[in-house]
Design a protein around this ligand. Structure first.
Ligand code: IYR
Length: 222
């Protein structure tokens, strides 16, 4: 095992307390403006923006720094069409047969159904894969620690980066999602984690009239 190597923490920045408070509040307000959008414009998005957002996501912390994620950016209309077809097939079964009434009741305020036209309208679908293990160039497998947690963090950072760039997104998880690995030809050690639909919102986009929990509901201070 090689000895650990260290470098100075040269990129850290401390802010004066007042500035720290202002930055914390401003970031909170900025992130609070994010909404999950289901009506997208087909307007193209500069590819550099997607690339920057992916690099931001890839800076997430991960178990043993294994970075157990892979992002597939789908922009090809034919591949989007196949994904929509497969997703709507699963969603139809979900809404008609699989989902218990309790789940359907919980989804009612969102007004969702099996139709997913945004999977073709939006310019990009970013399919996020989690790798439960890595493979060396020689074909040897090695375990990825906390892969799910790590990929969840990276996905959250991707959602924030996309919002910060001024684009809308939707976290979408058709269930089961195995078809994504097949359509996109991903290796066996990758499982689809989530699909992020990305683009400009449609001009007439609407969002459900739902709220967020307050601090006293989401946090306890001991
Ligand atoms: N995957 C379905 C159902 C769905 C499930 C949850 I949990 C949501 O937050 C929203 C939808 C769909 O996309 O319609």
């Amino acid at each position: 095992m090689p000895d650990p190597k260290f470098v100075p923490l040269s990129d850290y920045r401390e802010y004066p307390v007042e500035e720290m408070k202002r930055r914390a509040a401003e970031f909170r307000v900025e992130l609070s403006r994010r909404r999950s959008v289901r009506q997208f414009s087909d307007r193209p998005v500069p590819p550099e923006v997607i690339e920057e957002c992916l690099l931001a996501a890839g800076s997430a912390p991960s178990g043993a720094n294994m970075q157990p994620w892979h992002f597939v950016v789908v922009s090809d209309p034919e591949v989007k069409r196949r994904i929509r077809e497969a997703a709507e097939g699963e969603e139809e079964k979900f809404y008609r047969e699989r989902a218990p009434q309790e789940w359907l009741d919980a989804l009612a305020p969102l007004g969702t159904d099996e139709h997913k036209p945004f999977l073709e309208t939006a310019p990009h679908l970013i399919v996020i894969f989690a790798q439960s293990y890595g493979v060396t160039p020689g074909g040897k497998k090695f375990k990825h620690y906390y892969a799910t947690e790590s990929v969840g963090i990276a996905t959250g950072m991707l959602v924030a980066a996309v919002h910060n760039a001024g684009l809308a997104s939707l976290t979408h998880t058709p269930s089961p999602m195995g078809f994504l690995g097949e359509i996109l030809g991903r290796p066996a050690h990758e499982r689809p984690f989530l699909m992020l639909v990305v683009g400009y919102p449609a001009e007439d986009a609407v969002v459900p009239d739902i709220g967020r929990k307050g601090l006293d509901e989401i946090a306890t201070f001991v």
